[in-house]
Design a protein around this ligand. Structure first.
Ligand code: NAP
Length: 285
């Protein structure tokens, strides 16, 4: 088939609404699989794509897409979660409350662009029934994901929060940003014995990144180990926690939870009910 014949067929195809995930790198993203599965199941004639956007291209990307009426918005991943706030119409709420966004959508279906952070809700979903009020929490990391985690924890009335991060100064500032009491320490600090929840919100332990070296020896067996990293699914942190009898939560549950909130903002419908187990199987198969 000649190129012009392909172009002719393309022009005959009805235009479809679409949303995207943008980042650098982006090839690893599981978001297209999740959103396209839900679109197919619900019979919605739209699609969800991955689009590689480097740091220098973010402004041009938003300018081009916001002029396209078929574009419903985008999820935003590394390294754009903070920078994206400079390109939306009313970033104040999410900038002031979390300081990082992972979803851009058309406010009330119109031309104005709004940003939100569905990571906080997605993080909280798997621990919504855990009594965290007054509990001592450990968070590893101080980037965009950590900000969403700290925001969610601050809403839950947790007690002391210990943040372990490479950049300790940045971690200390996050405690005051979110009105949390606690301490910021380097990554090799000893874990507190009374921790009720340890959250890895750093890139450590992710495929291609340095390992997360934690000594869980002093931690109680009831303490929950929660890793936001989902590639690999069973990180060394979760494997060690599991071997010690601690409850473990992997990053896929949060991934699905944050995607569900974004899906409704893009396509105006919640995802299908009762599909999580099959979706996890599809994501891990
Ligand atoms: P980010 O904003 O780039 O932050 C990365 C964090 O990792 C920072 O705290 C950084 O420390 C730390 N870090 C990176 N490389 C390091 C190294 N070589 N040594 C020590 N620390 C290092 O990224 P993010 O958006 O917060 O994402 C963090 C992780 O969460 C990623 O693995 C991402 O896939 C995952 N995540 C999962 C979900 C989900 O739905 N499951 C959602 C969001 C994110 P400094 O602060 O010192 O630079």
């Amino acid at each position: 088939m000649t190129i012009s014949a392909v172009a002719q067929i393309d022009t005959l195809a009805p235009p479809r609404r679409y949303a995207e995930v943008i980042g650098d790198p982006i090839a690893h993203s599981k978001s297209p699989l999740i959103h396209n599965r839900w679109l197919r199941m619900l019979g919605i004639d739209a699609e969800y794509r991955a689009c590689h956007v480097g740091p220098a291209e973010l402004g041009a990307y938003i300018a081009a897409r916001s002029a396209d009426p078929l574009w419903m918005g985008c999820n935003v991943t590394i390294p754009h979660k903070l920078a994206i706030l400079d390109y939306v119409d009313a970033p104040a709420d999410v900038r002031d409350r979390i300081g990082a966004a992972n979803t851009v959508y058309r406010a009330a279906g119109g031309s104005a662009l709004a940003a939100t952070n569905t990571d906080a809700g997605g993080f909280f979903g798997p621990i919504a029934d855990v009594p965290l009020a007054g509990a001592h929490i450990v968070v590893i990391g101080g980037g965009g994901a950590a900000r969403a985690v700290l925001f969610a924890l601050a809403q839950s009335g947790v007690g002391e929060v210990t943040i372990l991060n490479r950049n300790v100064l940045k971690a200390g500032l996050l405690l005051s940003t979110f009105g949390l009491k606690g301490r910021a320490q380097p990554l090799d600090a000893k874990l507190p014995a009374d921790a009720a929840l340890i959250v890895n919100a750093s890139a450590l332990g992710m495929t291609g990144q340095p390992p997360l070296d934690l000594d869980l020896g002093a931690v109680d067996a009831d303490c929950i180990a929660y890793d936001l990293v989902y590639a690999p699914l069973m990180t060394d942190f979760l494997a060690e926690a599991d071997a010690r009898g601690m409850p473990v939560i992997g990053g896929l549950e949060m991934l699905i939870g944050q995607a569900a909130i974004a899906f409704e903002l893009f396509f105006g419908s919640p995802p299908p009910d009762g599909d999580d187990a099959a979706l996890i199987a599809a994501l891990t198969g």
